[in-house]
Design a protein around this ligand. Structure first.
Ligand SMILES: [Zn+2]
Length: 444
């Protein structure tokens, strides 16, 4: 007798679509075959697609220390409602930031007490903490995140070139990747100061202060340093087709670089930012339709490796008022799978296994979460059961503050159930978790 049998669904596996039952024992997938014998618990998945749970490699849940901005309880709930089962939390905007092993342990404990999904943690790379990276790796950090431009938080200063260079050398020694927010500080800070001084603080002014050239320049520099040091580089939230192209050129030269983009760069354009206002403000900013279309092309042809939400909310008071001064960050952790199903599978004909790669298999593999990210025997039973042809409207996102540019959007493709290590944690949009998630460390 199996503990749980999911019956009659279409499984989205690395080998393609498979019509089969799936049995779960001890939180893991133990059998995949048609006509499996009965389970203690039976889940009817007829008519549904069974995808690997989303592994969101880029969230800011801001716990501990800034839980009035988000928090792991609400953040993981929203993630799970969108079919997510694991998140990788950024070293900011928790307070203090995750730049030492002691802070890593504080965050691990806080998240283990609150999160209904599993999680892994980024450590931070900032000027002066190179000697902390080894202890962060020992604690289980899956890599180190650095900012090439101002992070928005004085306690997480940007990495100058020397910090980046030496941090990459240390990361190579530790066998871990370095992730960068790639925008030129010289260009963005210079343009911002000039525009603000001239009283130009509207939407178009902000977009003009962070041109594609600033992203391209920083990607070129980061990939150059990664090539020189042999570092494994991960480019977070690449917003432009030109940025992707520069990274792809580096990869063709042999640089070990992965490219992440976010659903908001695929779903919105600058016209939407003007219409939606501050709720759609982020950095790098949302671009025009030609860049969005180039990103979709790179999603379809395999150049983009990973799609992460970069969920980075703030309280409504910070997410309002003058565009230039409002918090930059988009609340979108509930929507990556919705965006990829609606705008990717339905609107652009992208295959479901490719979606599963972008949202689950590749982030899990790149960051060493070996038991996550794919439907195969032996893996954790982290699953999203999806009604591909049903439609839903996101009216009440479940993260702490409901402000989101996705609010009010309709999507074809509805998550009916999410399982984390075999436990149903969301059923028809409602939380059903009885246990909490835990830290997943990378298997190097
Ligand atoms: Zn981010």
């Amino acid at each position: 007798m199996h503990e749980i049998v999911i019956r009659g669904g279409t499984l989205v596996t690395p080998e393609g679509l498979v019509d089969a039952d799936l049995a779960i024992g001890d939180g893991r997938i133990v059998h995949i075959a048609p006509g499996l014998s009965g389970g203690t618990e039976e889940i009817d998945a007829s008519g549904l697609h069974v995808l690997p749970g989303v592994v969101d490699a880029h969230v800011h849940f801001n716990e501990p220390g800034r839980t009035e901005w988000e928090g792991a309880a609400t953040g993981s709930l929203a993630l799970a409602a969108g079919g997510g089962t694991t998140f990788i939390d950024m070293p900011l905007n928790s307070t203090p930031c995750t730049v030492t092993a002691a802070e890593f342990e504080r965050k691990r404990a806080a998240l283990a007490a609150a999160s209904i999904t599993d999680f892994a943690l980024w450590g931070g790379l900032v000027p002066g903490n190179r000697d902390d990276l080894g202890a962060l790796a020992e604690s289980g950090a899956i890599g180190f995140k650095a900012f090439m431009s101002d992070s928005g938080l004085p306690e997480f200063p940007r990495a100058d070139d020397l910090t980046l260079f030496e941090g990459m050398q240390e990361a190579v020694r530790l066998g871990l990747p370095v992730a960068v927010h790639a925008e030129s500080e010289d260009i963005t800070a210079g343009l911002s100061a000039r525009l603000i001084a001239a009283g130009r603080t509207g939407v178009r002014d902000f977009l003009a202060s962070r041109p594609v050239a600033a992203e391209v320049e920083a990607i070129a520099r980061a990939t150059h340093l990664a090539g020189e040091t042999g570092a494994r580089l991960h480019l977070v939230h690449v917003s432009s087709g030109r940025g992707v192209a520069v990274a792809a050129e580096a990869r063709a030269r042999g640089v070990d670089v992965t490219i992440e983009t976010c659903p908001h760069y695929l779903f919105f354009t600058t016209e939407d930012v003007e219409r939606l206002g501050v709720v759609a403000k982020c950095a790098p900013p949302i671009r025009d339709a030609s860049e969005r279309d180039a990103l979709w092309q790179a999603v379809a042809d395999g150049t983009i490796d990973i799609i992460g939400s970069d969920h980075s909310p703030a309280p409504p008071a910070l997410k309002s008022g003058e565009f230039f001064r409002a918090w930059g960050g988009i609340a979108g952790v509930q929507s990556p799978l919705s965006v990829l199903l609606d705008a990717g599978v339905h609107a652009r004909g992208i295959a479901l296994p490719r979606i599963a790669e972008l949202l689950a298999a590749t982030p899990a593999a790149r960051f060493g979460l070996r038991q996550k990210g794919a439907i195969r025997v032996g893996a954790d039973a982290d699953l999203a059961l999806v009604a591909l042809h049903d439609t839903t409207t996101l009216t009440h996102p479940l993260h702490r503050h409901p402000m989101s540019p996705y609010r009010g959007s309709s999507f074809r493709g509805v998550v009916r159930r999410t399982l984390r290590r075999g436990e149903s944690i969301i059923v028809d949009g409602a939380a059903t978790a009885r246990s909490k998630g835990h830290l997943i460390t990378c298997s190097r």
